[in-house]
Design a protein. Sequence first.
Length: 443
Amino acid sequence: MEASKKIKVLLVRPKFSSIVANLEPLGLEYIAGLCRDLGVECEIFDEFQYSRCFRFSRLSRKIEKGGYDFVGFHANANTSDYIINTSDKLKKKFPNLYIMVGGPEAELNYKDFFTDSIDLVYHDNGLNSLKNIFLEGFLPEVLNKQNGVCFKINDEWVVKEKGAPVDNFITRPDRTAFNKGLKKNFIFLKGSFAIAKASFSCPFECTFCYCTKMNSGVYTERPIMDVIDEIESIEHPRIWFVDDTFLVDKERVKRFCEVIIERKIKKHFLAYSRADFLAENPDILPLMYKAGFRDILVGLEAVSDDLLDEYNKQTSKDVNTQAIKNLADNNIVCNGLFVVSHKSSRQDFKELYRFIKKNNLLWVVFGIFTPYKGTDAYDEYKERLIKFKSKRLDGLHITIKPEKMSSFMFMVRVYMLYVLTYPKIICRTIFKTAYDTKRTGWF
Ligand code: SF4
């Protein structure tokens, strides 16, 4: 199938601060894949490849030189203000430029992008509506027939409801941007990773979680053989499954591992899991190790049952401990993810560090509790938000006043967690023992 009219599309991933990772823009690569299938000329402009200086002039030059008439921004919670401001400036400079916004923030909070300069907000599940638009044109009568799009007629926004949840992609990603950006691709101290997605949303409902609201809040899984075919075609030794939780259906995971082993696909896999799956299913871990799983990111979140209950995590401190042990026994690294609550006392910070030491947890990441707009936590805390600017929504900033200490002391204690834990990770990485899960010392 061919697109209706020759258009040139520039897909932009805005840069945001991240010292932990810089990975390929998978969402945009799926759109680039769709454009490739339809014969639409398209390029990804990944701002992560450039410095922050002269951002606007660099982007303007790109649009001008390339003769792009459509620009699509990929929006995260921490880039929405930048996108809105940049769209205003672009529209002044290029009045005929058609500006679209999509991505997770548009999917959840599409109304935030209803500005004069933005022409289309895409909040649908999956890419079917976008495919129809590319085929039939960006005309009001075409847009009016689609699901999950917002557009303007006579300066009034028209909102089309989302379509049904999706359970697969309609194309393969075009990984040109991945190959181009490989030199700058990294996860802190782990090297470069390609990313893949094997499911949509999450079957659980933690109060602070943004991911579980995706795909209309419905968890679906891609056919596992399709996922394996895609993995096999990726020419990179390390793959990160960015599924919100990859380990849900034990039989599916087993099938995945068996086929990976059968087909002799040799990769280092990294994936997210809940602690309860790991605590309850130690028998699958040897097979996962054999298939190449070396890293699991575990949402441990907290070390007190009260806080875990408050997050609606449906786990416990004991479950967390068991999950860490099961992974270590099977030589798979547990990357512990913690949410530092604004309710934490000095004692809670101490308890958290004590838990990390006691359980010989080497790899850890701390995020400050942030009630992202669209989550249940946002509804609970919206009256108490402070400095709730999009660029501060990254888990590194305070957005609710700490209850048991000053903001200054809270930040000092968060930094102290890093100071107490990261030198050891760096040291063990230098001595090439950071993946030895039985080792306890610094070397
Ligand atoms: S935090 Fe993890 S387990 Fe909880 S809803 Fe989000 S993705 Fe699911």
